[in-house]
Design a binder for this molecule. Structure first.
Ligand SMILES: Nc1nc2c(c(=O)[nH]1)N[C@H]1C(S)=C(S)[C@@H](COP(=O)(O)O)O[C@H]1N2
Ligand SMILES: [Mo]
Length: 259
């Protein structure tokens, strides 16, 4: 088991410095390199099989202590969405913001920040690993996604949960430049999967995804959607965006980014 899991780590340590050697700087450049793109997608099925087989669905990502928290947590990707609807929410301190939850659910609902804060919470100190090759340890507090999903009652056909964000990383005519991500049932109901509203004992800041961002601790950084506006339960993500379940998956990254 250790050997097989190590091979994944070795794969990551092999790919990340290779990216540096090509003088690539961001997620975007990384995805344009055909070798890296093909290697990432061929490793995906193997990784998923290995992880499913050896790790029980509820195994936890490592949690750290207060002393391990990184003095400065890097912000990446969008750091200050310029979309007018988001700017308007910032102006009013997110008092008008509501999380929309719909799709394949019995009772679609929306939640204010106060309502989310009144629900059960979980706090965890975890390491965030970006595919670009940097990591930071931070403390996150939020409502478990499972608690939010319980409130809307899933329809039996629900398989995936799609997070629609406020920001567009790329300007496209068809709207496929908007950031989004998705997770399966197993990650959605994992105890460490939370919708975080606090970071390092303070209200989540705009650079890190205010007012609400996903933490799905057993996966790479790009799965952790910031600026979450809407969650939809779906049976397939084939018709969303460019069909691969997320902004970066649509650009060549693996959908299942387990670490
Ligand atoms: N909405 C949105 N979510 C996003 C991104 C983004 O650009 N927009 N970038 C992703 C990437 S690649 C990483 S590493 C993390 C960065 O989170 P941080 O800014 O809190 O470090 O957010 C992820 N979630
Ligand atoms: Mo990232």
């Amino acid at each position: 088991m250790t050997k097989l899991l190590m091979s994944r780590r070795r794969f990551l340590t092999a790919v990340v410095p290779a990216a540096g050697a090509f003088a690539l700087t961001g997620c975007d450049e990384l995805s344009r390199n055909p070798w890296i793109r093909d290697t990432l997608s061929s490793a995906e099925n193997l990784t998923r099989t290995v992880q499913r087989f050896f790790l029980s669905p509820t195994s936890l990502a490592r949690e750290f202590s207060e002393n391990d928290i990184s003095p400065a947590f890097r912000a990446n990707g969008t750091k200050n969405p310029d979309d007018p609807a988001y700017r308007a929410l910032v102006e009013t301190g997110f008092s008008n913001w509501r999380l929309q939850v719909g799709g394949l659910v019995e009772t679609p609902a929306s939640f204010s920040l106060a309502e989310l804060r009144a629900m059960p919470s979980r706090t965890q100190i975890t390491r965030h690993d970006c595919v670009e090759g940097w990591s930071c340890i931070g403390k996150w507090k939020g409502v478990p996604l499972a608690n939010v999903l319980e409130r809307v009652t899933l329809k039996p056909a629900a398989r995936y949960f799609v997070f629609t964000c406020a920001d567009s990383l790329e300007q496209t005519l068809d709207g496929t430049g908007r950031y989004y991500e998705s997770v399966g049932l197993e990650d959605a109901f994992h105890p460490q999967t939370i919708l975080a509203y606090d970071m390092n004992d303070a209200v989540l800041s705009v650079p890190h995804g205010a007012p609400l961002r996903l933490r799905v601790e057993r996966q790479l950084g790009y799965k952790m959607a910031k600026y979450v506006m809407k969650i939809d339960a779906v049976d397939s993500f084939a018709t969303l965006g460019r069909g691969h379940g997320g902004y970066w998956p649509d650009r060549g990254y693996e959908w299942y980014a387990g670490i």
